[in-house]
Design a protein around this ligand. Structure first.
Ligand SMILES: C[S@@+](CC[C@H](N)C(=O)[O-])C[C@H]1O[C@@H](n2cnc3c(N)ncnc32)[C@H](O)[C@@H]1O
Length: 204
């Protein structure tokens, strides 16, 4: 399975995900990013070109070293300095309240113990800090949700651990954020099972 995760998945990832249809969502998600920023599950760095120009430095975590080659290329083309850590977000080596802003795009679905990860992310976020998220998850349409559950086993393999039926609102309600605002919508030109999106900001 490591061969798929470390060699094959990183090679197919950009072919599927580096599409102009995603750019406007990434840009919108990142427009309020500021201060000390932590991006989790940075992957191949597809967010890097979409940070606002005032962002000069970010810290990233991702446990898959296979994503590195493409990430390095994007870092080289970017003016943002990246402090990259090849680790999981379930256990972060940062002090409490270390970051003003946390960014997560299409990552929570892939984290093995996502409740523990959100617990850690809440810990390292400053009071008043923003958690910017753009994630796919469980559809409220029971027919689509059924298909998501049926397809989860194959998605886990093809998507390197990704689940289609993450309950994003429940996840954010598990921590005492002072506010959580989110929009939900289906992505254009994407199967409903894979494209029910949760885009929002949770403030600590
Ligand atoms: C679907 S990719 C998303 C990549 C990127 N965020 C994007 O928007 O294109 C999911 C990423 O989450 C990473 N990931 C998996 N488990 C993780 C964990 N426990 N902590 C942090 N990142 C993780 C994967 O290695 C992968 O790079």
């Amino acid at each position: 399975m490591k061969i798929y995760s470390n060699f094959i998945f990183p090679r197919i990832y950009d072919c599927v995900m580096d599409k102009p249809g995603w750019y406007k969502h990434r840009k919108k998600q990142l427009e309020s990013a500021e201060g000390k920023i932590l991006e989790i599950g940075v992957g191949t760095g597809l967010n890097l070109p979409h940070y606002p120009s005032h962002v000069r430095q970010i810290t990233t975590v991702d446990p898959n070293p296979g994503m590195n080659k493409k990430l390095q290329n994007r870092i080289n083309q970017s003016e943002i300095e990246v402090d990259q850590k090849i680790i999981s977000s379930e256990e972060l080596p940062f002090e409490d309240e270390a970051f003003d802003c946390i960014v997560s795009t299409i990552t929570l679905c892939s984290i093995r113990d996502v409740n523990q990860a959100v617990n850690e992310l809440f810990r390292v976020l400053k009071p008043g800090g923003r958690f910017l998220f753009f994630e796919h998850g469980a559809s409220p349409d029971p027919k689509v949700a059924n298909w998501q559950r049926r397809m989860n086993w194959i998605q886990k393999h093809v998507g390197d651990g990704c689940t289609l039926s993450l309950d994003v609102p429940k996840l954010f309600s598990s921590q005492p954020f002072s506010s959580v605002e989110m929009d939900t919508f289906y992505l254009n030109k994407t199967p409903k099972t894979h494209g029910f999106m949760y885009q929002g900001i949770a403030i600590k």
